[in-house]
Design a protein around this ligand. Structure first.
Ligand code: FEO
Length: 171
């Protein structure tokens, strides 16, 4: 059985992952508006990945005999002036999520909930990758936005991303 404090914190993380999904879906819409279909595709894949993160947490709470309580998802920003600004925000957002995951792991240790601590290790590794990817693409945008040909090439590269679930989940 989950400690009520852990249950509440995991529910908050489910909400945070759904917010992440919304944020990236909003960025997908903004890339479409900017005429950058590759960026749109990349952000759509990221949106799906965040839904998987939420689902993994959802399933874990239930598996532990806890109660899932979904909350309203906050409205994300809707307008960014450029891909660079979007990836600046994406990188900052992932750093924030890393902090949330680390806080969850600390709480699990404090409560001597070793099962949850072990469960969270996957998220800890996943966040290393999330931050690194956002930071790499941000650097590329900083270079590419100086010339149209570079931006076109980068957009093409982003468009090659195909969503692959980071877990056993099929979607
Ligand atoms: Fe669910 Fe991008 O971290």
């Amino acid at each position: 059985m989950l400690d009520p404090k852990m249950e509440k914190a995991l529910n908050a993380q489910i909400n945070a992952e759904h917010y992440s999904a919304f944020l990236y879906l909003a960025m997908a819409a903004q890339f479409a508006e900017l005429g950058l279909p590759g960026g749109q595709q990349w952000m759509t894949a990221q949106y799906k990945e965040e839904l998987v993160h939420a689902q993994v947490l959802f399933d874990y709470v239930i598996e532990r005999g806890g109660r899932v309580e979904l909350e309203a998802i906050a409205k994300p920003p809707t307008t960014w002036p450029s891909g660079t600004k979007m990836f600046e925000d994406a990188y900052a957002h992932e750093q924030k999520v890393t902090g949330l995951i680390h806080d969850l792991a600390s709480l699990a240790l404090e409560l001597k909930d070793h099962a949850t601590y072990q469960f969270l290790q996957w998220f800890i590794s996943e966040q290393v990758e999330e931050e690194s990817t956002a930071s790499d693409i941000l650097q590329k945008f900083k270079l590419a936005e100086k010339d149209a040909a570079g931006l076109y090439q980068l957009d093409k590269e982003l468009g090659t991303r195909v969503f692959v679930s980071p877990t056993v989940y099929a979607w």
